[in-house]
Design a protein around this ligand. Structure first.
Ligand SMILES: [Zn+2]
Length: 340
């Protein structure tokens, strides 16, 4: 098969790779229907994460089950399935509590490289969720979004304790931030403030349910949020970037007693203890346990309640994966969908 491999900063290649095979009796092999480039892939592409050897890329996927191992009972060949970026058993105490990305048996799917024609999924019964039927091509982008960005935006909103009538601010206008807006709308928030300086992203945020746009950032952005919230700050703030500036912006935009849901992969963030102590802000986040939300999200998509696939503003054949990375790196695209 063919798939993407990163060799170093700015160097993603589409090349021949070994076909995945069943190596554990709990594995499934799926034929990828669609995959995509993640904002977190850009940490590698930009050389912020070091690449020590040629590495297969991609951890977002949906597709048709081709084969299953002898112990797999619920997942069957021919099903259309979606899974999260971490395989999980869905049975341990941590999974039962809803934190599948910390499953005691978790395995990172990205190790197999989902930007490819086929993918091995460990712990298939615990990881994969099947759709009611084979979806139309039009539905596939939204189902793919559930694999990571929608599930992550959803978890951010849950972690930020978004409730009906709340005011929510969203730091970050990438695909996750935009889908955090969608999640906050679905969860009944009243005022949803999207922080974005890009017109195309502002428009999508408004379409997904944002009521206000703040174009400033840092201290100015915080001041702007305070102005919109009677000087108090938002009840709930979604942090979807992962930098020192974005994290402090999120904490300072939250009112005392409020909640920050942080899902931007943290890079070099250090929190000032004393400021945190006096802020009275709850912090909850981490790698989103997408598997917890998949059945509900698939149901919403299947019944045309939400259309998260709109974050894919660039569609490419998988063979053009390098262009997908470049377009996202240069912010010419919000998110690139790759069709094998
Ligand atoms: Zn588990």
């Amino acid at each position: 098969m063919q798939g993407s491999v990163i060799y170093g900063p700015g160097d993603v290649r589409f090349e021949q790779r070994d076909d995945p095979t069943i190596t554990e009796s709990t594995d499934a092999i799926i034929k990828i229907s669609a995959t995509c480039v993640c904002g977190s892939d850009l940490w590698d592409y930009r050389g912020i994460n070091q690449i020590t050897e040629p590495t297969p890329m991609g951890h977002e996927y949906c597709g048709i089950v081709q084969a299953v191992g002898s112990e797999v009972q619920q997942v069957r060949p021919g099903q259309f399935v979606i899974g999260s970026f971490f395989a999980s058993d869905n049975t341990c105490a941590i999974c039962q509590a809803g934190y599948h990305t910390s499953c005691i048996h978790r395995q990172f799917i990205g190790a197999g490289g989902a930007q490819a024609e086929y993918l091995r999924v460990p712990l298939a019964d615990g990881t994969l969720v099947a759709t009611p039927d084979i979806p139309s091509r039009e539905l596939i982008p939204s189902l793919l979004a559930a694999s990571d960005v929608l599930g992550t935006g959803w978890f951010a909103a849950i972690a930020a304790e978004v409730r009906p009538g709340n005011t929510v601010a969203v730091v970050g206008d990438g695909a996750v931030g935009l889908l955090g807006v969608l999640a906050a709308r679905q969860l009944g928030a009243d005022t949803i403030i999207a922080m974005s300086r890009h017109q195309d992203r502002q428009k999508l945020a408004l379409d997904f349910g944002a009521s206000d746009i703040v174009t400033t950032r840092g201290d100015d952005g915080v001041a702007h949020i305070k102005e919109l919230t009677d000087g108090l700050g938002a009840h709930s703030v979604i942090e979807a970037v992962g930098t020192q500036e974005s994290m402090m912006q999120a904490i300072r935009a939250t009112r005392p007693g409020g909640h920050v849901g942080y899902v931007g992969v943290s890079h070099g963030v250090e929190l000032p203890g004393q400021e945190l102590f006096y802020s009275h802000v709850h912090l909850h986040g981490g790698p989103a346990p997408v598997r917890r939300f998949l059945p509900e999200l698939i149901d919403l998509i299947w019944n045309d309640q939400i259309d998260p696939g709109r974050v894919f503003d660039l569609n490419l054949p998988l063979s053009d994966v390098a262009e997908g990375y470049q377009a996202m790196d240069q912010r010419r695209a919000i998110k690139a969908l790759l069709w094998p």
